[in-house]
Write a protein that binds this ligand. Structure first.
Ligand SMILES: CSC[C@H]1O[C@@H](n2cnc3c(O)ncnc32)[C@H](O)[C@@H]1O
Ligand SMILES: [Zn+2]
Length: 432
């Protein structure tokens, strides 16, 4: 057995207490073997965690990682206008190589900010999967299906691609890649395609992930056409099962909150994107009170505009208080849980907790920083004060992806160079 020790750190345990301990990892299985005092002496390799917090790796529950290429390309518009006027035309210009370049840039950013697992919806999934394989992260990937505005044959082909990708890539990269069937949303995919393909996705044993109840404009047509709320419509079409997870869930009413809680479908809260696109304030405190599994996601870099889950946690706490008009709503403990175990449970990863037998997915945060001093409460620091640049080491599946702020699995300068070139060329083609 080859072992790695995370030595002399303060370890964030599943009950959110912090204990001084080493973490011993079995690198062959990729799992945590033991957490306790004086374990580093026996290890083959050691990561120093003195004056540092050892936390579960953050889980980005909803992302479009290749959208890093469109960061800053179009800002300050509401969702529908932003997608139709800017983002979809630009995405129409993306080649497979562009998506690989954008995905690698996104993965670099994720590793550097302590993310070890993420869920991603995009096109050209084989390119995203190849980037994930190299970068060493854990991911649930899916092809984002859109059928509106397409003729019947093309629309059906897109849905079939979504199913094919979900089947083919599930278990790739030694099991680090899993998949989901991913219709873009309840208004951008026709009901006939949901009715045909959702049962096939169930047969394939993959969960379903989609944008839901993101804006008020998206809710109204479903209520008008079908006479029920969007998540009732989703349940009627078989899109609301315990293993499924939806992104946003901003405009959900009490019936839908109860439905989510009853069924066990998770919600990935994306506060930065919801604020930037002025989509609204998700009722996070109500969702949590009702017992809904709530995770956190950044959404794409074009609506955020970064992929830092530490920023997202702070946004979630701040916005949660504003939405509930209550300073005690969505406290630090809640957002730390959401960015780790909440997202992991919603997306269907075993990670998100540091305990014996759990996947060795973790991040080490440098506490020797002015903005993290004094260390009264490290959960508070994670929620409110820590930043991506404070992450020293990132480990996924027992493998060191970043050591002393140097990413080992990707060539940072070359990744940035390729992304710069691709982004410039895409913008030129899209603006021509
Ligand atoms: C069809 S692949 C995924 C698709 O989703 C688009 N997208 C990015 N952010 C959002 C959002 O907040 N709501 C809805 N759709 C979004 C992305 O540009 C891709 O086209
Ligand atoms: Zn999204």
């Amino acid at each position: 057995m080859t072992t790695l020790a995370i030595a002399d750190g303060r370890v964030l345990r599943p009950d959110l207490t912090v204990t001084a301990a080493d973490v011993l990892i079995d690198q062959d299985s990729g799992d945590i073997r033991e957490i306790g005092p004086d374990l580093a002496g026996e290890a083959d390799d050691t990561l120093d965690a003195a004056d540092s917090l050892v936390t579960p790796g953050f889980v980005n529950g909803h992302c479009h990682v290749a959208m890093t290429l469109l960061r800053g390309y179009a800002d300050d518009k509401p969702l529908e206008t932003w997608l139709r006027e800017d983002i979809w035309p630009a995405e129409g210009e993306l080649t497979a190589a562009d998506i690989r370049a954008g995905a690698e840039l996104g993965l670099l950013e994720l590793i550097r900010s302590g993310v070890t697992a993420f869920a991603d919806m995009y096109f050209q999934v084989p390119e995203v999967a190849a980037a994930v394989e190299t970068a060493g992260l854990r991911a649930r990937l899916g092809h984002g299906i859109v059928t509106i505005g397409k003729d019947g044959e093309t629309a059906r082909e897109d849905a079939a691609t979504g199913l094919e990708i979900a089947r083919e890539y599930d278990g790739a990269a030694d099991g680090r890649i899993s998949t989901a069937f991913m219709p873009h949303s309840l208004t951008t995919v026709g009901s006939e395609y949901l009715d045909e393909f959702v049962p096939k996705a169930r047969e394939a044993g993959v969960p379903i992930h989609y944008h839901a109840n993101e804006t008020a404009d998206e809710v109204a047509p479903i209520v008008d056409e079908h006479g029920v709320r969007p998540l009732e419509y989703a349940a009627d079409r078989g899109l609301l099962e315990p293993e499924d997870f939806v992104a946003h869930g901003v405009h959900v009413d009490e019936t839908e909150i109860d439905l989510l809680a009853e069924v066990g479908t998770g919600v990935i809260h994306c506060p930065a994107s919801n604020m930037k696109l002025a989509s609204g304030m998700a009722p996070v405190e109500r969702l949590r009170e009702a017992g809904v599994t709530v995770g956190l996601g950044t959404d794409g870099a074009a609506s955020n505009n970064d992929l830092s889950m530490l920023d997202e946690a702070r946004d979630a706490a701040m916005l949660g208080k504003l939405a509930a008009d209550d300073a005690s709503a969505v406290p630090a403990e809640a957002v730390v849980e959401m960015m780790t175990r909440g997202s992991a449970d919603a997306v269907g990863f075993e990670s998100g907790r540091l305990e014996e037998g759990a996947p060795a997915d973790l991040a080490v945060i440098d506490l020797e920083q002015p903005h993290l001093t004094p260390p009264h409460d490290l959960v508070s620091h994670l929620a409110y004060a820590a930043a991506a640049a404070d992450v020293r080491h990132t480990v996924c599946d027992g493998r060191v992806l970043m050591r002393d702020r140097e990413v080992l699995t990707l060539e940072a300068a070359a990744v940035r160079e390729r992304a710069l070139e691709a982004a410039e060329a895409v913008a030129e083609r899209a603006d021509a």
